[in-house]
Write a protein that binds this ligand. Sequence first.
Ligand code: B12
Ligand code: SF4
Length: 435
Amino acid sequence: MKPKILLVNPPIYDFAAYDFWLKPYGLLSIAGYLRDKVDFKLFDYLDRLHPFVVKRNELESDRWGRGRLYCQKLPNPACLENIPRYFRRFGLPRELFIDFLTTQTQSDFVLIQTMMTYWYPGVQEVIEDIRNAWPKAKIILGGNYVTLCAKHAQELGADLSVEGTNLGPLAEFLDIEPDSEQPAFWQGYENLNVGVLKLTDGCPFNCTYCSVPKVYGKFKTRPLEHSLAELQLLCRLGVENIAFYDDALLFEPEKVLMPFLNEVLTRNIKMNFHSPNALNARFITSELAELMVRAGFKTFYLGFESASLEWQKRTGSKVSSDELAQASQYLIAAGAEPASITAYQILGHPQTDSQQLEASMRFVNSLGIRGMLADFSPIPGTPDGEFCRKWVDMDEPLFHNKTAFPIILLGFDETNRLKDLQRQLNRSLPNIQKH
Ligand code: B12
Ligand code: SF4
């Protein structure tokens, strides 16, 4: 008999959360690798097509499949009680999961996705409910929080924590050999309108605030046929929007992104593509911009962070101001709407003096594209995250919270002033729409 596995994407405990094409892609990929050898069930607390959410039409999706998550207000956690923002629990109500557990046959294993390090209270909640309802089930955690805060995660009481990308311990624990040629288990959803793809792993840069180089090692491309098969599966399931979760999607584009997009055109696949995880403007040539627009890219999020040369050099020189300007021009010339091009800039980075954030925001605005402040989350094990021990206890992941840290560093008034300025600058752009 096949083992039974329940897959869970936990609720989020945070000051803010929005379904910005959020899918538990690590968990679905693992389930895909085990397909046919296991009986799966999926409970995704963040699924906005779940009947509970669909009934509340105030949570409708925007034209690219994003939208607000159902939420309930909570008191701030004790260590963040001085942060003057409302703390909430985002995702399906806890009772729905408890009902689900009491009406289903027990699974042998429960695989839980972990994501942002400071979202661990959601993982804790799920573990508690499973231990109460299904005491015999073996609980397995994997993903970003487990990888970055391994010691902390071990204290949550799971039976196995799969750190990083090595699936050996998982295969051994389940006694099943994963088949990494298989696409992710998208069939776990009854209704699906948004999918995710990842054509590459890792990144060739070494930014001082980022964990990717350490976790993934050398940049590698994934087999093109694998990604195309997964794209076809998503098309068959009726998906209209796909977000790329790559860290360096545009690096060596002739090896993977360009052949992938050429196939999309050859096969006449109509899909809206998005890049929420930031593209590197350095690699956008006029040819690549034209291909991306023609093949269906609708939104372009570019990682910029600061126009200050000193700050750029200090943090890894991933992109320069000229490269951002050039890339914006190429994208606009290729037919991208200027309002669909957004440059992210870090708010609350510890080298705040050299960052010259306000001047950088004005520079982005002068290019005629949108700016977006990406609140800084200090990550343990990175040079900048370790430096933040000066202000917060980095061994308590709640202090990595991206809403809290800029307020702790810059103060509430300064944080609000910069956010207001960003809104004003964006409103000053002609024909601006929400993208
Ligand atoms: C996609 C992504 C996002 C998406 C959202 C993803 C989601 N579903 O929530 C978007 C673009 C919205 C996003 C936003 C942000 N992100 Co982000 N994001 C990522 C990214 C690129 C991938 C995460 C992911 O889905 N991994 C899973 C899959 C895709 O990876 P994989 O390699 O195939 O997985 C393998 C293993 O990890 C393992 N595995 C993975 N999951 C599981 C689960 C189980 C059960 C098992 C057994 C194994 C397993 O098996 C897989 C196969 O080998 C990571 C960087 C990275 N490369 O990990 C940053 C990362 C997680 N993000 C980060 C940051 C900083 C942010 C932001 C704070 C940025 C900002 N300032 O706005 C925001 C926060 C949003 C919020 N509301 O708080 C940080 C982490 C911060 C932290 N403290 O945890 C990371 C690590 C990047 C970095 N800079 O170092 N992000
Ligand atoms: S370019 Fe992006 S993914 Fe690569 S190291 Fe820098 S921040 Fe991380």
